[in-house]
Design a protein around this ligand. Sequence first.
Ligand code: IPE
Ligand code: IPE
Ligand code: MG
Length: 248
Amino acid sequence: MMDVDLRKLPRHIAVIMDGNGRWARKHAMGRISGHKKGAEAVRITVRTCREIGIKVLTLYAFSTENWLRPDNEVQALMHLLEEYLRSELHEMLENGIRLTTIGDTEALKEPFKGILRETMAKTSHNREMTLNLALSYGGRDEIIAAIQKLVQDVHSGKLQPQEISKDLFPNYLYTTGLPDPDLLIRTSGEYRISNFLLWQSAYTEFYFTDVLWPDFNREELFRAIAEFQRRERRFGLTSDQIQEEQTS
Ligand code: IPE
Ligand code: IPE
Ligand code: MG
């Protein structure tokens, strides 16, 4: 398994799955075929993460901005996601995988919305791994939605303004209850965050690869984790302080 140390795994891996369209073009196919192949890479990634013991996997499947793509592409993506859930339910139940979502999922359409709700309910007791799908997700919208809830709580007297802190605030985000991502992977050679997990990625390690998402596989995942394990996370401290912490 390459150089992966199973005792030092990231607890939470987040992935910006990018490059389906370019993969399709490279193979002289339509964009939808790229998304289809991308769904295969999702299966491989989920399976591998579960197998090695990753606790949380967040996949950026559809952004708030992606709604502005051509209608037929949006519909095809929703259809593929629906198909994915239908085909994977059995495996999720068998492997203790809990499905959760982040994003404005109210904006999703039936029948996908229904299948999503059903899959979350059926897998809600699973504890081995959380598969967290970012759907109709935007980091800025998430922060605004959190502020709206927070202000409501202040208005109703449930919360005092001075109680608002960096520890309390995340309870209002979509990701409440989940640890921050330790490792964020972006495929397809783009070096940007594209409105993903803005608050949560404050101290996340970023890994960029030129591999297009449909070509992502076990080896690529291990490569990313091995690179993560070679890094020193300092959280603003000095290297000496971190070494001391590790030996004490
Ligand atoms: C990622 O691939 C999938 C989604 C954003 C839904 P793209 O569709 O963005 O692929 P490129 O960037 O056009 O190659
Ligand atoms: C980010 O990819 C969103 C998802 C992977 C779902 P995009 O392809 O939408 O991002 P940009 O447009 O290149 O920033
Ligand atoms: Mg893209």
